[in-house]
Design a protein around this ligand. Structure first.
Ligand SMILES: C[S@@+](CC[C@H](N)C(=O)[O-])C[C@H]1O[C@@H](n2cnc3c(N)ncnc32)[C@H](O)[C@@H]1O
Length: 411
């Protein structure tokens, strides 16, 4: 049987129609290619096909689209944002070209680690759709400073009693150096701590934290110096494993699109920000207006609050679970703009009050086009238009799509 790839699906697979009418989703194929679905085997390669740069492409689930040239790949991401907004009622939304992140810049990695029966260690990303872990020798998306830790981490874990069979190593590349959070299946003892302190000293890690493989909570296991990352010049001390925008370039593109989306602000203007995290957006926003920043994770709020106080930034950081207790219409009133950057699930609980309020500017930072389309539909019904939409490709060669969408209503 031979089929032709008609389009790319949301997970990055080529879509074709089988002779019996069934839809086929075929990985590692491209639009226009004639394909034998078993395999799949590409019979006529697309002119857009390129040689994947990474030897792990295929078995590693981290990337699914390394075989596609960047310009059509970036256009596909842009078209997906346009489609999501069209589904929400904005068929003519102005969608900017995709801001693509360069290779070797990702500063955050959640690596799976496994111990083989012979004691050696597998470290890498999960295989696509499976529990297996691809043992990585290199990675073309991660910052080289993190890739350089792969082999030392394997050696470390091999001799670490707290690591029995499985765990994860969360690496955040901060301004102060790599920050490591080990989630392991055994309790760390005195010997583990001494080993970790020596590792931190040898490889320039100011801090190593630990936590249970399943469940919350972390504890510092070795600390050799302060940890810090700067947002708009403000130095924040992130908790272990904290959320960071995936790349500095992605962060810069998001910040730029958010600031560009602000209305003209008067001297007394106030901005309300939801899902503020460590303050990636709060600090740049605070250079423009007074900011009230809501965030659910207590450690993030504490880090944001401490940095704002230290630097005298005009930010009031408030801990709040915005799913259980979304802001009321009354709380939303009186702000020149609302900026929200929800997790993958979107902001379904918050949108009704937002729609009912008199807010005239909503800047939505999204990491999930499906949730964005659902939330944007309610904003459309409430009289908002899309002033600008910017796709941001922070997860190079993946099917993920981030975006900043500026909604406005009134004059
Ligand atoms: C995509 S991150 C954005 C963080 C920040 N804006 C940034 O750019 O770094 C989403 C944030 O939403 C927070 N969050 C998740 N669920 C939440 C909830 N129910 N209530 C409040 N905040 C929540 C997370 O802790 C995280 O900081």
């Amino acid at each position: 049987m031979q089929v032709t790839i008609e389009a790319m699906g949301a997970a990055g697979d080529g879509i074709a129609t089988a002779p019996d009418g069934n839809r086929l989703y075929l990985p590692y194929t491209l639009p226009g290619e004639a394909v034998r679905p078993d395999g799949p085997i590409v019979l006529s390669p697309s002119p857009e096909r390129v040689a994947p740069p990474c030897p792990h492409f295929g078995p590693c689930g981290g990337c699914v689209l390394q075989h596609w040239a960047i310009p059509p790949y970036a256009d596909w991401k842009r078209a997906r944002l346009a489609e999501a907004l069209s589904r929400a009622g904005f068929p003519d939304a102005p969608v900017a070209p995709t801001r693509v992140t360069p290779p070797a810049t990702r500063r955050r990695a959640d690596l799976a680690v496994r111990r083989r029966p012979d004691g050696s260690v597998v470290l890498g990303f999960h295989a696509r759709g499976g529990a297996a872990v691809e043992d990585l020798s290199t990675c073309h998306v991660l910052d080289p400073a993190l890739v350089a830790l792969f082999e030392p981490l394997r050696t470390l874990l091999r001799g670490l009693p707290a690591f029995r069979r499985e765990g994860s190593a969360v690496l955040n590349l901060l301004d102060s150096g790599p920050d490591l959070l080990l989630r392991l299946d055994g309790p760390p003892g005195v010997a583990d701590r001494a080993t970790l302190a020596a590792f931190a000293a040898r490889h320039g890690l100011p801090r190593i934290a630990g936590g249970p493989l399943k469940g919350q909570g972390t504890e510092t296991l070795a600390q050799l110096g302060p940890v810090s990352i700067a947002f708009a010049g403000a130095s924040v001390a992130p908790p272990p494993g904290a959320f960071l925008q995936a790349t500095p370039q992605g962060e810069a593109a998001i910040v730029e699109a958010v600031l560009d989306g602000l209305p003209k602000l008067t001297g007394k203007a106030r901005i309300v920000e939801l899902h503020a995290g460590l303050g990636t957006l709060s600090f740049p926003l605070a250079a423009k207006a007074r900011v009230i920043a809501y965030e659910g994770a207590p450690e993030a709020v504490a880090a944001l609050d401490a940095a704002a106080r230290r630097g005298g930034a005009k930010i009031q950081a408030v801990r709040r679970d915005l799913v259980r207790q979304p802001l009321s219409v009354k709380e939303l009133e009186g702000h020149a703009a609302l900026v929200l950057d929800p997790p993958f699930a979107g902001a379904a609980e918050q949108i009704p009050a937002l729609a009912k309020s008199t807010l005239s500017r909503v800047i939505y930072v999204s990491c999930n086009p499906v949730a964005l389309a659902r939330d944007a539909k309610l904003l459309h019904a409430a009289g908002f238009r899309v002033q600008q939409a910017t796709p941001v490709d922070q997860f190079l060669w993946s099917a993920q799509l981030e975006a900043v969408v500026v909604f406005a209503r009134g004059k």
